[in-house]
Design a binder for this molecule. Sequence first.
Ligand code: SF4
Length: 447
Amino acid sequence: MTDGHTTMLTADGRDGTAGPYGSRLLHGWYATGGPAGLDQHLGRYGPPPHPRSAGAADRLVRAVEDAGLTGRGGAAFPTARKLRTVAGGKGTAVVVANGMESEPASRKDETLLDLAPHLVLDGAALAAATVGADVAHLCLPRTRQDQADALREAVAERRRLGLDPVPVEVHELPHHYVSSEETSLVRWLNGGDARPLATPPRPFDKGVGRRPTLIDNVETLAHLALIARYGPGWFRGAGGPDAAGTTLVTLSGALRTPGVYEVPMGLTLGGMLDVAGGADEPLGALLLGGFFGSWLPVGQALRVPFAKPDLASLGAGPGAGVLVALPARACGLAETARVLGYLAAQSARQCGPCRLGLPAVAEDFADLAWGRPDPWSLRRLESRAGLLAGRGACRHPDGASRFAATALRVFADDVLHHLSSGPCAAAGHEPVLPVPGTPAPDEPEWR
Ligand code: SF4
């Protein structure tokens, strides 16, 4: 599969038993080279073991807790804690499976939904049975019409077999960067725009229909479906004590075989590059976590495990498993300026930092990358970027601010060069990061 940016998967023979990384979510793909239909899925895993009593639901939550499963959508929040909170909320719960994946450098959720849709649907239905929900919503971006149609067919097939204890509804939402935020999903499902809401109340308390709402990334739910079958000990058979299991990652940039891969948590960043064949030219930096992520210098970062505590020591986090290898001949400042321009256009323009602050930072950064900046404009950029964080209704300004700040740090030598001599030839290098050319959304496009 190709999407114009990356080769999505290479059927290289790795599978659940023979391969070095013991793929689980993508086991079927590696075994057959094709997406798993319902017959294959049930033949491989059997029907999902839905908890049919409060005691069984409690045991499943404990299994998820013992497994150490954390969210694979970006925040890496403990999944069992979310399940327990929503199960204990007031009123009948709702489950939302988040397959929006608005991060342009990520393709892992799209790939998972294409190749193992029934693992995700199992997970959504199991989560619903565990928290006592009467419906599960699967949210996808409107840009993936074919995938939404295929998933509706998959849901109908399951309904005919009576596989799921609750109805599963597939929805197509506007595809903007902030539309994958939890509160955007809730707002849209409640009949409003797919834009973030100021909180509280938080969705786990009063979400869809003002009911307790469990929102989990689709990959998280697929892991839950396997833990329900094989238990926490099996899950912990991959990864490390602080970061258990496997995870899907999207590896791109100057790599021999970029694509979506399943790797054990705790693999070093250098090990992740090796999974994609290694760098195919000298590297200048790594981007971890996508457009809300962090730039990292190559040397030391290669030895750091892909695990929340280890990455925190670099001021970074796992995010949604995006790792981009920036070639040394590209300009990190130009790459950053393009992304900030995109993030400024993609904000919901509801709060001050996004209406005023982010466009100003993007403009300053563009000047730094391609113009004739002076030390005063650099100080203004640093000060404006520092003012963005913690002031919006959602994480959009915070993510953009971190991205800008890490660029100024990691590309400090380039900043000095731009200040003294202006941009070099690298600033005109073909873009490495896949920044969409989509214009800022008009008001009606949020619904
Ligand atoms: S911070 Fe920005 S993206 Fe978030 S709600 Fe406010 S305007 Fe929208």
